[in-house]
Design a protein around this ligand. Sequence first.
Ligand code: 3PG
Length: 307
Amino acid sequence: MKKVLLATEKPFSKRAVEQINAIAIEAGYEMTLLEKYSDKSQLLQAVADKDAIIIRSDIIDKEVFDAAKNLKIVVRAGAGYDNIDLAAATAHHVVAMNTPGQNSNAVAELAIGMMIYEARHHFDGKSGSELMGKSIGIHAYGNVGKRVATLAKAFGMDVYAYDPYVSRESIEADGVTCVASLEDLYRKSNYISLHIPATSETKLSINAALLSQMLVPATLVNTARKEVINEADLLKIFEIRPDFVYITDIEPGCAQELEEKYGNRYLHTAKKMGAQTEEANVNAGLAAIRQVINFFEYNDTHFQVNK
Ligand code: 3PG
């Protein structure tokens, strides 16, 4: 009997866990749940005899692979897989997968929700501003970026996008203006919504040179990763641009300084919660367990990311 560990420091909803469990049992697999663990040793112990792990943003590094002697597959129930050491996975002959697109609507709705919440001064009674008529630049047009673009259009925003990996035709087919360079995207936008993964290319890439070009007033929306932001430059921009606002789903290292100096122009969520809806948990969780089963039963490696 194959043994699957669902290891989620930030738990899925109860309904998602029940459904993942039901699919595993139906396939004749044994499922173990490790939620809200506070110490890595709990994860190391739990993976020791498992054939598969399903995770969220949980860190799966060499130490975890070393401890997981029977492991054949790890599925990140979500989009970004920067939390998995892919080289270590390959070295241990473990297939790593993600579940692209499954939580993208949840993340897109949070991006728009945070924009409205900030534009209306956290609903404190003061006069705010509207999204209609403002411009938004979608920085990377993957599943989440595409969904933010659709929602932003429905709000009457002017929507621009930049993504060197997506064709102009497919962006413009959505009624979104495709721009030729990143600089151009920032120059045209009141809002920038980040949808880039954290890679060696993108880390620290959101810098003063880009942010200083944004239209007045400017709001940077980050539902992607904190590592992509150059925080020293971010602080510089806050200092020189009184119109600049930063709203993020991932608490930055400089959160305390931002809160103390620019509290009304800065907002972060209590915990990364873009994908934290029952629907996204069900979509990503069920995709993950199905991918595990299809891998063992049919050798299906469709969503493998460590090729
Ligand atoms: C993702 O990459 O899918 C999102 O960042 C969601 O991450 P989470 O599962 O930790 O909420």
